[in-house]
Design a protein around this ligand. Structure first.
Ligand code: ADP
Ligand code: MG
Length: 249
């Protein structure tokens, strides 16, 4: 579904990604792991058009993503979460999740303000979908609350719900359980397993190795911007290069 070929990204001459290449197969969970600073978030930012790679190719189905703005990439059916939450704190949980449907809401705000009957009908449909997503991520009882008052774990789930509400073809998750306690981690883990069972294609950046081993079909390991290993969770776990990257040189 997604093919990266020799993707490089330099920040002021320093390489954050160095000719990274791998594929994300449709309907599978691909985990992207590696020590801090390995380039995982940079890679997600390159795929979603937040950053432009210095060189290389990123293809999604038959589309070249490099050079496309992030809103165009989102419209192709690629959604993401951010490692550092990017929510609208003063908007309600429901409205935050509704922003995940802006591609479909289309039209201008002016049109929405005209409140034409057919637009109201569409607005209702979008709201129903957002409420359904809140339900799936166990946030239904918090729909009307401003995001600012939520606990950190709930905010992480709002990000997940917003990414998934449009039923995107590909979802990129940047450390969805980072900072969560054991119970919250287990809850998000269950939700990720449900997404996987429903056939959702995922690229999952995660440090929680237990979760990665449980959920991933394929693991890609980055270290200092280079792809140092790729394989099934078991293959990667016993790879000496991976052990070295994690245990230090
Ligand atoms: P990871 O997500 O694997 O922890 P990052 O992709 O965040 O790693 O960072 C990879 C490297 O790129 C790090 O050395 C980081 O300092 C650097 N980096 C990331 N974003 C920027 C940026 N916007 N400007 C300069 N350097 C950056
Ligand atoms: Mg990161």
């Amino acid at each position: 579904m997604l093919h990266l070929d020799a993707v490089s990204k330099k920040f002021g001459g320093l390489p954050a990604l160095d000719r990274v290449g791998f594929s994300v197969p449709r309907g599978q969970v691909t985990a992207l792991i590696g020590p801090n600073g390995a380039g995982k978030s940079t890679l997600i930012n390159c795929v979603t058009g937040v950053l432009a790679p210095t060189s290389g190719s990123i293809r999604f189905a038959d589309q070249q993503l490099v050079g496309q703005p992030s809103h165009a990439i989102a419209r192709l059916g690629i959604a993401r979460t951010f490692q550092n939450l990017k929510l609208f704190p003063r908007l309600s949980v429901l409205d935050n999740v509704l922003t995940g449907l802006t591609c479909e809401a289309g039209r201008s705000l002016t049109m929405a303000m005209l409140r034409l009957p057919y637009l109201r009908h569409r607005e209702r449909r979008l709201k129903l979908r957002a409420l359904e997503a809140l339900d799936r991520f166990e946030l239904a009882d918090k729909a009307r609350l401003p995001v600012a008052v939520l606990a950190y774990g709930d905010k992480k789930r709002v990000e997940l719900a917003r990414a998934c509400v449009s039923e995107p073809q590909l979802v990129l998750l940047d450390e969805p359980v980072a900072g969560l306690n054991v119970d919250e981690t287990a809850a998000v883990g269950e939700q990720l397993k449900r997404l996987r069972a429903a056939g959702q294609t995922l690229l999952l950046v995660e440090h929680d190795m237990e979760l990665v081993m449980e959920i991933a079909d394929q693991v890609v390991v980055l270290d200092s911007g280079r792809c140092i290993a790729r394989g099934t969770p078991d293959e990667v776990r016993s790879n000496p290069l991976v052990l070295e990257a994690y245990l230090g040189r």
